[in-house]
Design a protein around this ligand. Structure first.
Ligand code: URA
Length: 302
């Protein structure tokens, strides 16, 4: 495994996680263009990659209204390829039964995942963790260095930010479920390839079917694309309700999806606007669940 990443690799992973690649493509520019735009558009957080503060394309849109305007999702939740086992299509039962089902999926994933059993460059598998009957399931892209070492999702700096977001919602990390699209760290943190997502992604589908959360929160562009089966970039889609459609034959209802920025983006683009947008998205999630945000958390979600 190569722990020493070039600046380009780190920035590439960062761009991917936050969806800036789509912003750059949509504006017809390159990353270098984005950096130039950034340099001209205001102060950058110390230590953050310069282009990380490129203003999101959606920044002019008022997010609170967008939360209440559901947008239909395309109907292709599972990549073609591997069928979901019949046992995973059945309605989950008690929390204990869900935990047992998740343990079975984890073991089967380790043995049979077409991507993770052939992948190189990672140390440990990072299956996911949390309450087996959680109301909220957070989905990221793939493990990074810290997660690869720990075998747990979101334990590095982005994980600390995610926990902060969860606490701002009045919840604890152990109240939610956290998983990634890919369960092994890509070599040199490169982008997941479509065949890797097609191989490993169905195990995330099985996790969703086992937990059956009331809301899925997708973190960043790649997670949103997979869960919502969309090509729309995160800057356009965040803050708008989407739907996760279960595979055919599953005893599972559609699940509401709230796409928001990846915590890494919040860390590196620590502006009032980005924090406000993330908090607005999370408040929308709480409202959907009939919960009131803790008063002292107002404005602290990002
Ligand atoms: N980024 C992700 O998308 N997932 C993790 O688990 C950690 C960082």
């Amino acid at each position: 495994m190569n722990d020493r990443l070039t600046v380009a690799q780190v920035l590439s992973r960062f761009d991917r996680e936050v969806g800036l690649e789509e912003t750059v493509r949509a504006t017809g520019g390159s990353s270098a263009t984005a950096a130039a735009v950034d340099a001209a558009s205001g102060p950058v957080v110390r230590g953050a990659p310069a282009r990380a503060s490129v203003a999101p394309a959606s920044s002019a849109e008022p997010s609170p209204q967008r939360i209440h305007a559901p947008a239909p999702a395309p109907a292709r939740p599972v990549p073609e390829g591997r069928p979901i086992p019949a046992a995973s299509l059945r309605a989950p039962g008690s929390p204990g039964e869900r935990a047992a089902r998740l343990a079975e999926i984890e073991a089967r994933h380790a043995e049979t995942c077409p991507h993770c059993t052939t992948a190189t460059g990672h140390t440990r598998l990072v299956f996911g963790e949390g309450a087996p009957d959680a109301d909220i399931l957070f989905v990221g892209e793939s493990p990074g260095e810290a997660e690869d070492r720990a075998g747990r999702p979101f334990v590095g700096p982005a994980g600390e930010k995610l926990e902060e977001m969860i606490r701002a919602m009045g919840l604890r990390r152990e109240d939610v479920y956290i998983a990634n699209v890919l369960k092994s760290r890509p070599p040199e943190d490169r982008s997941p390839m479509p065949d890797e997502v097609a191989g490993c992604g169905p195990f995330l589908v099985e996790q969703i079917l086992a937990v059956q959360p009331r809301v899925i929160v997708t973190l960043g562009g790649p997670a949103t694309k997979f869960v919502c089966a969309t090509e729309t970039g995160i800057t356009r889609i965040r803050g708008t309700w989407q739907r996760w459609l279960p595979p055919a034959g599953a005893e599972c209802p559609e699940i509401a999806v709230m796409p928001t920025y990846h915590p890494a983006y919040v860390l590196h683009t620590y502006t009032m606007q980005v924090r406000g947008e993330v908090w607005s998205d999370l408040r929308g999630v709480l409202a959907k669940l009939g919960r009131t945000p803790p008063v002292r958390a107002e404005g602290q979600g990002g």
